[in-house]
Write a protein that binds this ligand. Structure first.
Ligand SMILES: *Cc1c(COP(=O)(O)O)cnc(C)c1O
Length: 362
């Protein structure tokens, strides 16, 4: 694999080799224009085409039609935690959140911090976030329900779209499973995703917003934190993360070339199964940490019997060219992230190594 290691990093994470090569080939002179995309004016016709194409590709892949605005913002998914609360919780209403672990908890804290009404509609904290809570209890005047479709650190993932009462918006942080599987995207009013997990380098966040909710957003907000600013200027109120958006556009072409979300989903399932099979057939040598029905296809956390054995596992894997297998520092253990661009060979190599390691250390 041309000097490429098996990269199981949780983010920033692996990108398709084809995309990296294409970016490399166009680095000094993009399409023969004599300059890099990094050096281009974002006001140039050449750059306008790059961002327009990326925008259209997001809408095509998600089948959003003409009902949505797509914008590319800086500040990471973490800034969306704040923007969602600022723009979409009117006075007298509450943001409703499903707390499924670290990122969801961080999102819901933001509403409180800026003095907005906040309510936890469901939580899986009682069992250390090892499942997706299915029952929702809304507040008296809910503005929206905010969910996190994939929980990067705990390794749970929604396989369904929750129902919300009439007039309540549905919002999702899809950062770590963005464009890795089909969802009923049109049921969502706002979707955001940091690019660095599934669709590009760190530094750009993709946001899709239903057009009909834009007029109802709160007014009088700081310019850069107001969605309307970015929508009305086509993501170019200020200098956008121009090169990152270009790379995202190239990854989107790769996704379309792959055959879209159904095909990618099947591919991702196959990859995840190499690893889940090694866990499930290990007689407890490896222990998955979440309930089976809510397992993520993107992030697969697991434990071994002792921390020493986990250390040995991670360091042996490294000598075989597999990196990124240490669990998040907040939960420990091991975690394999197998996002869209992670090749089948990498997932298979890990599954095979897990069986071998078990045979040698049982
Ligand atoms: C990584 C991640 C974030 C944080 O993204 P930043 O771009 O670093 O702000 C938020 N939500 C989820 C689900 C993530 O996986």
């Amino acid at each position: 694999m041309e000097n490429r290691i098996h990269n199981f990093n949780a983010g920033p994470s692996v990108l398709p080799v084809e995309v990296l090569k294409d970016v490399q080939a166009n680095l000094l002179s993009y399409k023969g224009y004599g300059l890099s995309v990094m050096e281009m004016s974002h006001r140039s016709a050449e750059y306008q085409k790059i961002i327009d194409d990326a925008n259209a590709a997001v809408k095509r892949i998600m089948d959003l039609g003409d009902d949505y605005e797509v914008i590319f913002l800086g500040g990471g998914a973490s800034t969306q935690f704040l923007m969602v609360a600022m723009n979409l919780i009117p006075d007298g209403k509450e943001g409703n959140y499903v707390n499924t672990g670290t990122w969801a908890s961080t999102a819901l804290k933001e509403a409180k911090k800026i003095g907005k009404g906040m309510h936890v509609a469901a939580t899986s904290e009682d069992k250390e976030f090892t499942y997706i809570p299915k029952e929702l209890n809304f507040s008296a005047n809910p503005a929206f329900l905010h969910i996190t479709t994939n929980n990067t650190i705990r390794g749970t993932e929604y396989d369904h779209t929750p129902e919300v009462p009439e007039g309540v918006l549905l919002i999702s942080d899809m950062s770590s499973n963005f464009l890795s599987r089909p969802y009923d995207f049109k049921k969502y009013d706002l979707i955001y995703a940091g690019a660095q997990k599934n669709v590009g380098p760190a530094g750009v966040t993709v946001v899709a917003i239903r057009k009909s909710i834009v007029d109802k957003m709160n007014t009088g907000l700081p310019t850069m934190l107001d969605y309307r600013t970015h929508i009305s200027k086509g993501s170019m109120f200020n200098t956008p993360p121009a090169f990152n958006i270009y790379v995202v556009g190239e990854v989107l072409k790769w996704i379309e070339g792959f055959g879209g979300l159904d095909k990618l989903h099947a591919h991702n399932l196959k990859k995840a199964n190499y690893i889940y099979d090694a866990i499930d057939n290990s007689n407890g040598f490896y222990k998955g940490t979440v309930v089976k029905e809510d397992r993520s296809l993107m992030n697969i956390p697991f434990r071994l019997q002792t921390e020493d054995l986990e250390k040995k596992f991670i360091s042996e894997a490294k000598t075989l060219g597999m990196i990124g297998l240490k669990g998040h520092r907040s939960v420990g253990g091991c975690r394999a992230s197998v996002y869209n661009s992670c090749p089948l060979e990498s997932a298979k190599a890990l599954g095979d190594f897990m069986k071998k390691f078990q045979a040698e250390n049982e």
